[in-house]
Design a protein around this ligand. Structure first.
Ligand SMILES: Nc1nc2c(c(=O)[nH]1)N[C@H]1C(S)=C(S)[C@@H](COP(=O)(O)O)O[C@H]1N2
Ligand SMILES: [Mo]
Length: 189
């Protein structure tokens, strides 16, 4: 392991070169004409974005590390997409909005405090390392939350619901930590 990699690795993590493919259920098909992203809940201006509208939002590239709770880390991922904060600005959350639940094709969900989601390294991403995401890595849209274990980085996102209380996500309801901080090894609840 390179010395500079060691300092970026949270406790109990091993670096791997290629991003593994890890998810429950099938890789969903993608039809750009039918696809939409719904943003709803505790917001003043709920929005439904078409795929074209999504890709018209201001894009950024942010490089970060990706830590799976099972013990692997893929360092230096150059994600491309729109910042979560940009989406937040579009819908104007009410004063009751403190969390957001992110919902995927199929039954996968996860949720996070808005405070964490507003971090500038949190993206709704469509690209990785200079190309479009592969379907198995979440194309056309995945959440990326580098400061949390990767089960918070939901693939195939279709809706975002702003909420007053935190809702339990798929793995969080199955015993995984809701705070999921890799630096504190918050793996199980
Ligand atoms: N929709 C969905 N997103 C998901 C998952 C899943 O099962 N379904 N698994 C999570 C877990 S546990 C990990 S480690 C990462 C893996 O991302 P990758 O397959 O792109 O490496 O996706 C996360 N996002
Ligand atoms: Mo994971």
């Amino acid at each position: 392991m390179r010395a500079e990699d060691e300092t970026r690795l949270p406790p109990g993590q091993q670096p791997i070169e290629h991003l593994p493919v890890l998810h429950v259920g099938p890789v969903p098909p993608f039809d750009p004409a039918a696809w939409d992203l719904r943003i709803e809940g505790e917001v003043r201006s709920p929005r439904r974005l078409s795929y074209q509208e999504l890709r018209g939002l201001p894009a950024v590239i942010d490089t970060s590390d990706f830590h799976c709770v099972e013990g692997w880390s893929r360092l230096v991922c150059a994600w491309e997409g729109v910042r979560f904060s940009e989406i937040c600005d579009l819908v104007a959350p009410t004063e009751h909005a403190h969390f957001a639940t992110v919902g995927c094709e199929g039954e996968y969900t996860t949720s996070l405090p808005l405070e964490d989601l507003l971090s500038p390294d949190v993206l709704l991403a469509w690209g990785l390392d200079g190309r479009d995401l592969a379907p198995e890595h979440g194309f056309p849209l995945r959440l990326v939350v580098p400061q949390k274990y990767a089960y918070k980085s939901a693939k195939w996102v279709r809706w975002i619901r702003f909420t007053q209380e935190q809702e339990l996500g798929y793995w969080e309801a199955r015993g995984y930590s809701d705070s999921a901080d890799p630096w504190r090894e918050e793996r199980r609840a």
